[in-house]
Design a protein around this ligand. Structure first.
Ligand code: PLP
Length: 384
């Protein structure tokens, strides 16, 4: 584990690949290939699908932040997860959480199943998963908190159960980022990120990571990576590296806003329920206090009618009605028609994702403007 603080790691560079001119902003090596000085005399870089100096800087920082031995940067979060699935073979079984990002559910159901991988879906946050392991269970896959229901799972307990049975524990850490949660320290074997979200932080790139702590797994994944080729481009690597410079201050402010906005929404007549792990009535509040350094900036909430949902989405002025999360601007998402449109109906219903549920990714705007946006909307809705 690194002795440097997270805030400092966000500013660090890998000395062994330092820019020869001392540029503080690490250069964008916008090159597909690298010349050799002679036979067997590689500079360390041959072809950008394998590695590129700008991407390597980024991977170094993310590996440090997540306390892994390696972080592999992908062209999207989905590319990271899809590549990870190539580690498994037909007849392997994976236990997955019931509430996951919709694209991940679609990947498992429409692609991985076709490739012969078997899945069992369960709400891992409720425990009782021991009897769901089978002889061929190779991995458990989850998000905590989940997207969008914000369920919190005790990672350490689940990791113990996995390791008794030689199954890998894979945690999608997109919502909290290494600033608030380090799944590898809690016993997880692999961490997945959509870097599109809080790591990039500015809604300007699509990217992803797999972070690894075992050398053999790393070797295998690097092999699949160079073979299947979903690598992050140099410019997008640079933007992500730049985004991470401010990760700590962005996460702090966004979380501060989220706590205030969650409290504000709880007091609104039309809001029937607010789901945020930082509220002490959240079922995962205590586990969160133990296993994380913060609650993040994602809030889900129910309103009392679908007409109001439409009204909110039409009338927001400070927040944007848009898919995605984790940027400096506040976004409101309607999971049932956006992020979770391809999740089977019965699963949506079981999870509580319905047409009255909205999700907010809280940004770093002035909090009065954010609460004011909702206040104005609720007041004008009541007047009409
Ligand atoms: C967005 C997201 C993904 C997918 O990442 P992309 O970068 O959009 O491909 C995976 N997991 C979670 C939790 C996400 O929010």
């Amino acid at each position: 584990m690194s002795k440097k603080s997270i805030e400092t790691i966000c500013q660090s560079t890998k000395a062994s690949i330092a820019d020869p001119w001392g540029a503080l902003s690490f250069p964008i090596y916008q090159s597909a290939t690298f010349a050799h000085r002679g036979l067997g005399e590689s500079t360390g870089y041959d072809y950008t699908r394998m590695q590129n100096p700008t991407r390597e800087q980024l991977e170094y920082v993310v590996a440090e932040l997540e306390h892994g031995i390696d972080a592999i940067a992908f062209s999207s979060g989905m590319a990271a997860i899809a590549t990870l699935m190539e580690m498994f073979s037909p007849n392997d079984h994976i236990l997955v959480d019931a509430d996951l990002y919709g694209g991940t559910v679609r990947l498992f159901n429409e692609i991985s199943k076709k490739n012969g991988i078997e899945f069992t879906t369960t709400d891992l946050s409720r425990g009782g998963y021991e009897q769901l392991f089978r002889g061929n269970t190779k991995a458990v896959y989850l998000e905590t908190p989940t997207n969008p229901m914000m369920n919190v799972t005790d990672i350490a307990s689940l990791a113990d159960e996995c390791h008794k049975r030689d199954a890998l524990l894979i945690v999608d850490n997109t919502f909290l980022t290494p600033y608030f949660q380090n799944p590898l320290d809690l016993g997880a074997d692999l961490v997945v990120h959509s870097a599109t979200k809080f790591l990039g932080g500015h809604h300007d790139i699509i990217g992803g990571f797999v972070v690894v702590k075992d050398e053999k797994i790393d070797e295998r994944l690097r092999f699949i990576y160079k073979t299947t080729g979903a690598c992050l481009a140099p410019f997008d690597s640079w933007l992500t590296l730049r985004g991470i410079r401010t990760l700590a201050v962005r996460m702090d402010r966004a979380q501060e806003n989220a706590l205030k906005l969650a409290g504000y929404l709880q007091g609104c007549d039309h809001v029937t329920k607010v789901i945020y792990p930082g509220l002490s009535d959240h079922p995962g509040y205590e586990i969160s206090c133990r296993q994380t350094r913060g609650f993040g900036a994602m809030i889900s909430f129910y309103v009392d009618s679908t007409e109001l949902v439409e009204y909110i989405l039409k009338n927001v002025e400070i927040a944007y009605f848009a898919e995605s999360l984790g940027g400096t601007e506040t976004l409101i998402t309607y999971p049932i028609t956006q992020t979770h449109a391809d999740v089977p109906k019965d699963l949506l219903e079981k999870n509580g994702i319905n047409d009255k549920l909205l999700r907010i990714s809280v940004g770093i705007e002035g909090i009065e403007d954010l609460t004011g946006d909702f206040k104005r909307i609720f007041e004008s809705y009541d007047r009409q």
